[in-house]
Design a protein around this ligand. Structure first.
Ligand SMILES: CC(C)(COP(=O)(O)OP(=O)(O)OC[C@H]1O[C@@H](n2cnc3c(N)ncnc32)[C@H](O)[C@@H]1OP(=O)(O)O)[C@@H](O)C(=O)NCCC(=O)NCCS
Length: 140
């Protein structure tokens, strides 16, 4: 994940969802960044190590997806090393070259740039699994 200054976090705070435990402690976060009328990125997804494997990550993904649905954005992409997790959340892999150039602006700040091995995945209204039919129908 790309390191972000407190200033950057405040500037983008409206993009973030956080998961909190029953004592109000933050145990996970994810952000939805809008790129265009029909495209947004799910980014900054992380769950505290001691609460992983309990469905928190999936809920954060669903919160971002629902937010995209509210905005009538039909495709959400992500760049990740945990493709399997996103596939379990309704995403499928695509060739990174299919994504618009604009999305790479932030990558130059990554220590791995330009030798990035992240995998690109998208989730589109058209490919939403049946279990998420409510969200899908909210969009169409
Ligand atoms: C990846 C991460 C967000 C997953 O969060 P989580 O709360 O542990 O995941 P969930 O419990 O919601 O898991 C949902 C499903 O994905 C599967 N899953 C979880 N982590 C997985 C992984 N690393 N690889 C493959 N599958 C995974 C779960 O088994 C579960 O499967 P199910 O469909 O059988 O229920 C979390 O492990 C994490 O924060 N990792 C470190 C940061 C990171 O890699 N973030 C990704 C940013 S690109």
């Amino acid at each position: 994940m790309i390191r972000r200054s407190p200033g950057e976090l405040y500037e983008s705070i409206r993009e973030f969802f956080v998961a909190v435990d029953d004592q109000g402690r933050v145990i996970g976060c994810a952000a939805l960044h809008v790129f265009w009328e029909d495209l947004a990125e799910l980014k900054c997804l992380a769950v505290a190590e001691n609460t992983q494997g309990q469905g928190v990550g999936r809920k954060l993904v669903e919160a971002c997806w629902a937010s995209a649905a509210e905005l009538e954005i039909k495709t959400v992409f992500t760049l990740t090393y945990v493709a399997d997790f996103f596939e379990r959340c309704g995403f499928h892999q695509i060739d990174k070259a299919e994504l618009p150039h604009k999305i790479w602006n932030e990558c130059v700040r990554c220590p791995l740039f330009p030798n990035c091995t992240e995998i690109a995945l998208i989730r589109s209204v058209e490919t939403v699994p049946a279990a998420n039919g409510l969200l899908a129908s909210a969009l169409v």
